[in-house]
Design a protein around this ligand. Structure first.
Ligand code: ADP
Length: 325
């Protein structure tokens, strides 16, 4: 990523756009006699980065495909950029960017050539700030592929190909971008660059980004809000920090006393440590306090769901969401 890359991403002037870019209420999906989604609800605001997490088979792909307009739902309300995706026309589609799995065709094409070719398919829709495809040179800079501009696509590494996928996804300056497992197979540096790009798209262009990932660390680093889908509904919705506070024993305290190592899970780590020192003072050594992580929350919720406590988890999530808004 170069110093000048930010210049290529001017901010949007779409002030008259609706506040909620995505609105989902009581979304239900049934395949045959199997209910996969039984009342999904959430909203995404302009410029927000949301990560949708959940175990395999939870219905993430189904939800995303419904939002993208590729799948008809059984029932419920869905609005994406103010439109029901199932009836979204070409102009609506040009405001939405989708990064699917890697671009496998056109292996003999050169990177720049493909982007220039795709830019010709751009459909104008009337927003003066966004109503033109990105200039290819600037786009190559933004995704860190400037040096590979004249390379054939089949010679790119996995990470470079993924960046090309993203370049294709953001070519039309979408207001909403769907990213499916965006950094699978990236090396750490490519991942960091990619995270920078996502943050710039969200912060400088107010692009709303909805990503799915299996990588909790990535979700924590990238997302303003994390949605956990389990048991047919959203069982948690909040920042990683807000979610971590939901784990009952959200701090793990470890210490040594009298040559023995102790571990204790406490709802309030600070209060527990204070008590510990009041009671044992200088006998306590090697103190470690670990706050609950997103992984703890995720495992807790998914486990609660799997052991038949989904209703409790959903009720807790609703209560939590109520308290946070
Ligand atoms: P995820 O992306 O969270 O892994 P999916 O949305 O792919 O979940 O799938 C959710 C459930 O719906 C799975 O049990 C899957 O087998 C089922 N499913 C997905 N698509 C179809 C389909 N077209 N017909 C029938 N069942 C489907």
């Amino acid at each position: 990523m170069t110093e000048t890359a930010a210049d290529t991403l001017p901010s949007s002037g779409a002030d008259d756009a609706p506040e909620d870019v995505v609105e989902v209420d009581d979304l239900r999906m049934r395949y045959g006699s199997t209910d996969v989604l039984t009342g999904v609800g959430f909203t995404a605001r302009r410029g927000e980065v949301l990560a949708l997490l959940g175990p395999n088979g939870a219905g993430k792909t189904t939800t995303i495909e419904i939002l993208e307009g590729f799948r008809a739902r059984s029932s419920g309300t869905v609005r994406v950029l103010g439109t029901d995706p199932i009836s979204g026309g070409e102009a609506w589609r040009s405001r939405v960017g989708i990064v699917l799995q890697s671009w496998r065709d056109h292996g003999r094409w050169r990177v720049r050539q493909l982007l220039e070719h795709l830019a010709r398919f751009y459909v104008p829709y009337g927003d003066p700030e966004r109503d033109r495809p990105r200039e290819t040179g600037a786009l190559l800079e933004a995704v860190g592929l400037a040096e590979q501009a004249e390379h054939r696509i089949q010679t790119l590494s996995g990470g470079q190909r993924r960046r090309l996928d993203v370049a294709i996804g953001i070519l039309g300056r979408p207001e909403l971008l769907f990213l499916d497992e965006p950094t699978a197979g990236f090396d750490p540096e490519a991942r960091r660059d990619f995270h920078d790009l996502v943050h710039r798209l969200a912060d400088e262009e107010e692009t709303t980004i909805l990503l799915t990932t299996h990588d909790l660390d990535e979700a924590e680093k990238l997302a303003d809000r994390i949605l956990i889908l389990a048991g047919g509904g959203i069982v948690a919705d909040g920042s990683a920090e807000q979610l971590a506070q939901r784990v009952e024993s959200n701090s793990e305290v470890k210490w040594t006393r009298g040559g023995q190592r102790f571990v204790h899970s406490a709802p309030d780590g600070t209060a527990f440590v204070r008590e510990l020192f009041e009671q044992y003072g200088t006998e306590v050594s090697d103190l470690e306090v670990r706050r609950a992580t997103l992984e703890d929350v995720y495992m807790d919720l998914v486990h609660r769901h799997e052991s038949g406590q989904a209703e409790g988890a959903a009720a807790a999530a609703a209560e939590f969401a109520e308290g946070e808004r």
